[in-house]
Design a protein around this ligand. Structure first.
Ligand code: MF3
Ligand code: CO
Length: 247
């Protein structure tokens, strides 16, 4: 069952989305070479506490962090710790917050002093793919239209989309139906309806789309150790263009 949010529920989603976006932007602004990922997490936790919100990730299936910080060949679900950010790092920041019963989820990749042109093109492809997916996310279209838009945007630029992890419905829970893959897959078409809320989140790899989970049980990295980027917004489906809830 895919839930349709009432206007009142959408108001709640807007509030949690705005907080998630504010935390994300605060973290992005704070990231600098020399910081540890644990220090960045402490900053994020401070922003969440200030807003009266809490992390939607901490404790989720036992996840130990307040946010996810995934560096270079790490794709998603990197756990903050003692690792230091270095010049040239590709840092994916993923923030999920819960506020008054609703969840907002968003991510973006920051390039810390990256000069490599291919990495810059990779990040631009990730942003474009998210924009294309959101543009396709409207009532009457299907989830597959989102998937196709994302996949085409990525592959036309010579990069690959991760298949093992997907976007998702979102609301009172972090992960609701439907799944929102970043590639066209078989299965019954899911028609989008106004009031559905989705997290669209392309994970885009420089090389192979294949990934593996590291020994910590969480961190996902590329099989070929080439870099990966991640961009995510929570959106509300409407007639016409979707509303971005994590602007
Ligand atoms: N944005 C990711 C997702 O929607 C973050 C989940 S991290 C977890 O899957 F720890 F909460 F699982
Ligand atoms: Co998500």
């Amino acid at each position: 069952m895919i839930s349709i949010k009432s206007n009142r529920e959408l108001e709640g989603m807007r509030r949690s989305g705005q907080i998630a976006a504010r935390v994300r932007d605060g973290v992005v602004a704070a990231i600098a070479p020399g910081m540890t990922t644990r220090e960045i997490e402490v900053i994020a936790d401070g922003f969440m506490r200030e807003a009266g919100a809490e992390s939607a990730f901490r404790g989720y299936h036992g996840y130990p962090g307040g946010i996810c910080l995934s560096i270079n060949d790490e794709v998603v679900h990197g756990i903050p710790g003692v690792r230091q950010i270095l010049p040239g790092d590709v840092v994916s920041v993923d923030v999920g917050v819960q506020f008054e019963g609703f969840i907002g989820d968003c991510a973006r990749t920051v390039l810390v002093g990256v000069t490599d042109g291919a990495v810059r093109r990779l990040a631009a492809a990730g942003e474009s793919a998210l924009a294309a997916g959101i543009f396709a996310a409207r009532a009457g279209n299907t989830v597959t239209d989102i998937s196709r838009a994302v996949q085409t945007a990525v592959e036309s630029r010579g990069f690959s989309v991760v298949r093992q992890f997907v976007g998702h419905g979102i609301g009172r829970k972090l992960h609701e139906e439907p799944q929102v893959p970043n590639f066209v897959s078989a299965g019954r078409p899911v028609v989008l309806k106004a009031g559905m809320t989705l997290a669209i989140e392309p994970m885009v790899n420089m090389g192979t789309y294949e990934v593996e989970v590291m020994e910590d049980g969480w961190t996902v990295r590329t099989l070929d150790r080439l870099p990966s980027v991640h961009f995510e917004h929570t959106v509300a489906i409407r007639d016409g263009e979707a509303e971005i809830l994590t602007p």
